[in-house]
Design a protein around this ligand. Structure first.
Ligand code: 6GU
Length: 282
């Protein structure tokens, strides 16, 4: 996969030389290039921003340096067949998810346009649609100073899905979000640490029991931390033991979907344990 990142702070992307992603680049699995937006300016001061039309706080990134930079990376990508995907990191974008990471990992070329200040002149985004599939994307509902940190996150999430980047592809299967649930907790030696024991089932050697325990821990954690994920979870073909575990966490299966059961002291989250006990004794 070819990846181009355009930024006024190319040094910000230095961590992509490290660890798994750095190795993927060395191994030729990922051809990642970082470009300095100021290299595409023509004035003496290498100006990339100006005041906003209509007034308001802050500065807006000028259109022409961006058009020059994007045309350059589009041409460098080879232009064979499909348009490259232009990802514009922005808190106003579509939410970046694991599903999107998988989708983007299938592309030949991704281009990331790191905006700073109040953003990029909107006409660039319109113009870019002639050469790219444009996808404004957000990591979540909070504001960063620029797209660079978001690009570090997105390139890592996408890059690790490329064939050969993660040594053991099985580790991609059993991780948070891959099945719509959070990951189960993990433990390593020693089995007793500062008076705390590893859950006994993990030492039992009973692989069926271990798998079931882990599954239930996934439900428990997801109910506590991310009940929104449980409501979206496909619960159509769950084994009885799973339904029962979910019932204890305060969830019914209704038409293949989990529904938080209305209860006395609230529905789910931190109160779940308490509610389950109340239900059991009722
Ligand atoms: Cl992708 N960019 C910026 N600037 N802020 C963000 C973001 C992206 N995602 C969340 N906040």
């Amino acid at each position: 996969m070819r990846v181009d990142v355009v930024s006024i702070f190319p040094e910000y992307l230095a961590p992509l030389e490290l660890s798994l992603i750095g190795k993927a680049r060395q191994d030729g699995l990922l051809d990642l290039r970082v470009h300095d937006l100021r290299g595409f300016t023509t004035d003496k001061h290498r100006t990339v921003d100006d005041t906003p039309y209509g007034g308001g706080a802050g500065m807006v990134m000028k259109a022409e340096p961006w058009a020059q930079a994007l045309a350059s990376v589009a041409a460098a990508g080879g232009g064979n067949g499909a348009k490259p995907v232009l990802i514009v990191p922005s808190p106003a974008g579509e939410r970046f998810t694991q599903a999107l990471a998988h989708e983007l990992a299938e592309e030949d070329q991704l281009v990331f346009a790191c905006g700073r200040y109040e953003g990029i002149d909107e006409r660039v985004i319109e113009w870019a649609a002639e050469h790219f599939t444009v996808r404004p994307m957000s990591l979540g509902d909070y504001v960063l100073n620029g797209g660079e940190v978001a690009v570090l996150a997105m390139v890592e999430a996408i890059g690790r899905l490329l064939p050969g980047v993660v040594g053991n592809p099985e580790s991609l299967v059993e991780e948070s979000h891959s099945d719509g649930l959070l990951e189960y907790p993990v433990y390593t030696k020693p089995s007793t640490w500062r008076d705390r024991e590893v859950p006994a089932v993990l030492l039992s050697g009973n692989h069926g029991k271990i798998a079931q325990w882990r599954r239930h821990e996934q439900y428990r954690r997801t109910a506590e931390r991310r009940p929104d994920l449980l409501e979206a979870f496909d619960a159509g073909k769950l084994p009885r033991a799973d339904r029962s575990a979910l019932y204890d966490l305060g969830y019914d299966v209704v038409e293949g979907h989990l529904r938080a059961r209305p209860s006395v002291a609230g529905t789910n989250g931190a109160d779940t344990q308490h509610d389950a006990e109340a239900d059991a004794s009722a």
